[in-house]
Design a protein around this ligand. Structure first.
Ligand code: ADP
Ligand code: MG
Length: 364
């Protein structure tokens, strides 16, 4: 994979840059421009070297959304000239984007002289603007793409040990490949979130009305000595929140979070680890089950380990912590150098399992 830094003779050329400006829009305004700001260093670099830019993005799932709010916001914050940067239309408006139509692929490619992928978070999708264009043009990775690969690779290629993986969130079936992979790569795998409910159920405990996924293969994982499971939980009982041992959950109760003792139990593992990977929140943080996630994040931030944080929902919780400044207004997470926050969501999970993505392979 080649970096944008290696492109020769940029002057006067047109760069097709795939970005992920799929940002939340409210009332015709961009609500969170983090993804836009993250792509600016690559765009500015190419312009400085004398390129013309065509930005390609999707917005929304089905391609019906107008890019207008994104375009207005982009020119407002970047202060770039419209004579240097153009936007292609919402690329999902064209059926050829998602079904890899060969004519669409060629037509898109002809718009530029070279291609840059600065859309890590879409690179798990085998879409035309991700894997099709690089078949026809010299192709490069943007700065943010390189950062993601460099940092996430620390978990999957020769990780430092002791290596602790802290996994939460929901939908067991989607996290199963991750669990299996890191039971091999890591030394300890701690599991919270709704994933815990599945383990408790498989062990025969009462889980009341908690969220379970009922996916298969859990018994096998339970036998693995690297697995660390919480010993207590916070349940919603009526409208009260109560700390309970995992074997004391009532029939009408809902597990909202993991408990205090579990966080304390995890602490020595956090302290002795040289690498900590986190994905997914420990509880239903949207409804008061945010305490354990915050406590764990605080302890992890204090540790000297290399820290890798991924998952849209976990990052949402992280962004509410006072302990660190996410400094979104100036376009970056202000974290210690040993911490990396991935912006990928589904792409991050897939990279953590496979060590690559379709969009990365396409750049070779
Ligand atoms: P991420 O985006 O960080 O990878 P996921 O998408 O896998 O995380 O999971 C996030 C979701 O998991 C959140 O909506 C959260 O409410 C839910 N969740 C976590 N713990 C529980 C729980 N104990 N019960 C119900 N939902 C939970
Ligand atoms: Mg999520």
């Amino acid at each position: 994979m080649r970096s944008v830094k290696t492109i020769k003779n940029i002057k006067g050329k047109t760069a097709l840059v795939r970005v992920d400006f799929n940002v939340p829009i409210n009332d015709g305004k961009v609500e969170d421009d983090f993804r836009i700001r993250k792509a600016l260093p690559t765009i500015n670099f190419l312009i400085k070297k004398g390129a013309q830019i065509i930005l390609i993005t999707h917005l929304g799932k089905d391609g019906t959304a107008s890019l207008e709010p994104v375009i207005n916001h982009f020119f407002k914050i970047s202060k770039l000239s419209k004579s240097k940067v153009e936007f292609f239309e919402n690329v999902r408006k064209f059926p050829g984007e998602m079904d890899n139509n060969v004519h669409f692929e060629r037509n898109l490619s002809r718009l530029g002289d070279f291609y840059v992928n600065e859309a890590f978070s879409v690179s798990h999708r085998a879409h035309t603007s991700i894997i099709g264009i690089p078949k026809h043009l010299p192709s490069y990775a943007g700065f943010q793409m390189e950062e993601e690969i460099k940092n996430l690779s620390k978990a999957i290629k020769n990780p430092k040990h002791p290596f602790l993986f802290i996994l939460g969130g929901a939908k067991f079936s989607t996290k199963m490949p991750l669990i299996k992979k890191y039971l091999k790569l890591a030394d300890y795998v701690f599991i919270g979130g709704a994933l815990l409910d599945d383990f408790l159920k498989a062990e025969g405990y009462e889980v009341g009305k908690s969220l379970v996924d009922d996916s298969k293969g859990i018994e096998e994982i339970l036998k693995n000595p690297k697995l660390i499971l919480p010993i207590d939980v916070v349940v919603k009982s009526g409208n009260k929140l109560i700390n309970r041992k995992v074997d004391e959950v009532g029939k009408d109760e809902i597990i909202l979070d993991i408990g205090k003792e579990s966080v304390n139990m995890l602490e020595p593992y956090i302290k002795k680890s040289k690498l900590i990977l986190l994905n997914g929140p420990m509880g239903k943080y949207e409804e008061g089950g945010d305490k354990a996630t915050k406590e764990i994040l605080k302890r992890v931030i204090k540790s000297k380990a290399q820290v890798i944080i991924g998952g849209g929902d976990l990052v949402e919780v992280l962004s509410t912590l006072k302990a660190i400044s996410l400094a979104r207004p100036v376009g970056g997470y202000k974290l210690k150098p040993n911490m990396f926050v991935s912006t990928g969501g589904g792409a991050t999970l897939e990279f953590l399992v496979n060590g690559t993505l379709p969009g990365i392979k396409a750049l070779k």
